[in-house]
Design a protein around this ligand. Structure first.
Ligand code: HEC
Ligand code: HEC
Ligand code: HEC
Ligand code: HEC
Length: 302
């Protein structure tokens, strides 16, 4: 027994001796190649097999915090390719099947895929500047359905069986219009005529005017579009409602704000999430990880 053990040890030793210089060469070789790939981004998948690509560090914290769209897309360009089928398996033509949101004035063009509607359609590009990691806070194939669900699941940015946390993403732009908080006598659909079909003329030119100071929205373009058509505002604040609740937005102090805070706003933050503030640099191709560190520790100028 002992002898066999020793033999094995000796054989391994020999293998190690033989292989080490080789691995060293591979490593020395791989290092510069990897950084070149990163810099010019033809594809981060170059030279990786499927498993290595699937477990690529960009899918995990902390690397995902500074990942750029270009980096993700170098492997996942398919998510932005037009891929809506012209007809369903049962034969219903997509051109004939209109969802209610497709009938809105602010919905333009042919039916599009989810990712394209948020990243490349004209409206998406006009009013938003979404990054992959705005929604994708990580993708761990092991944790898609943790059993049992643990307290850390939430911290890790996963919701059971979902790759993104809808409460912190979708709900921000697909919640209910909280007309009662605004003191409107009824839902917007019923009161909009009374309000001159505008969010900004009578009300939001003076109330909650410090808004959209976040790096995933195009603040000025939104205000401009909202002047012309209140459906631009309503689109993100009730018009594309997927949820029965509204997102509890931070309540920024605005000039002329009444001193008393209404009860519903008592627990609201008064500033946007640190990671979204315009003062927090977002990852660009040249972005430094240091900026994210600062963002995480809350150590940014207010
Ligand atoms: C080196 C290439 C590579 C990079 C870079 C990469 N991915 Fe992936 N990713 C993969 C592969 C391969 C899979 C497994 C795909 C499959 O099996 O369908 C995967 C899986 C995923 C999945 C789960 C897909 C599913 O259907 O389960 C998501 C979501 C995802 N990646 C998002 C991202 C995001 C966001 C980024 C950037 C932060 C990123 N990936 C960067 C290669 C990559
Ligand atoms: C507005 C939020 C949002 C943004 C921005 C976003 N995704 Fe996704 N992504 C999702 C959701 C939601 C799913 C479906 C998750 C599920 O099935 O649980 C998804 C699924 C995926 C998948 C799995 C395959 C598929 O098509 O269903 C990949 C890969 C992926 N996203 C990559 C990306 C990349 C790369 C980017 C940036 C270019 C990106 N996503 C931007 C929300 C987003
Ligand atoms: C930052 C705001 C924002 C966030 C976050 C967001 N959306 Fe959207 N969503 C929009 C806008 C704006 C449109 C309309 C885009 C257009 O018409 O080109 C849209 C359109 C849609 C549509 C209709 C597009 C179609 O062709 O089917 C669906 C479905 C949708 N979003 C689902 C989601 C889901 C699910 C999430 C979360 C993973 C999400 N959205 C997150 C702003 C957002
Ligand atoms: C693309 C989607 C989108 C559009 C279009 C949009 N909003 Fe918003 N709005 C948001 C999001 C997301 C937030 C939360 C931002 C944050 O986290 O600070 C927000 C926040 C707000 C707030 C809270 C302000 C505060 O105290 O921080 C008000 C008020 C508001 N929006 C009104 C409007 C009006 C008026 C328009 C039209 C001129 C409009 N929105 C158009 C997505 C949108």
């Amino acid at each position: 027994m002992k002898k066999t053990g020793n033999t094995i040890a000796r054989v391994y030793g020999a293998i190690l001796l033989f292989c080490c210089p080789l691995t060293a060469v591979i490593a020395a070789d791989a290092q510069p190649v990897a950084s070149v790939v990163q810099a010019t981004t033809p594809s981060l998948a170059a030279g990786l097999d499927y498993e290595r690509a699937r477990w690529h560090p960009l899918h995990f914290k902390p690397a995902i915090d500074t990942a750029t769209n270009e980096q993700c897309l170098s492997c996942h360009q398919e998510v932005l390719e037009p891929s809506v089928k012209t007809q369903s398996p049962a034969g219903v033509k997509s051109a004939d099947a209109l969802a209610w949101y497709q009938t809105l004035e602010v919905y333009t063009g042919e039916q599009e895929t989810f990712h394209r509607r948020h990243l490349v359609t004209p409206l998406a590009q006009q009013v938003m500047d979404l990054k992959c990691n705005f929604c994708h806070q990580g993708n761990n194939p092991r944790e898609e359905a943790p059993v049992p669900p643990t307290a850390t699941t939430k911290e890790a940015g996963f919701t059971l069986r979902k790759m993104v946390d809808p409460e912190e993403t979708c709900l921000r732009c697909h919640g209910r219009h909280p007309s009662e908080l605004m003191g409107l006598p009824g839902p917007w659909e019923e009161t909009r005529e009374m309000m001159g079909n505008s969010c900004v003329t009578a009300c939001h030119s003076g109330i909650r005017t410090v808004r959209h100071q976040v790096n995933f929205l195009k603040t000025e373009a939104i205000e401009k579009a909202g002047q012309d058509n209140s459906d631009t505002c309503f689109g993100c604040h009730g018009g594309r409602q997927w949820y029965r609740i509204s997102y509890p937005y931070p309540r920024h102090a605005w000039p002329g704000m009444p001193a008393a805070t209404p009860d519903w706003a008592k627990d609201r933050p008064t500033e946007s999430d640190v990671r979204f503030r315009v003062s927090t640099p977002v990852a660009t191709t040249t972005g430094s990880p240091a900026s994210t560190e600062a963002a995480k520790s809350g150590d940014t100028k207010k």
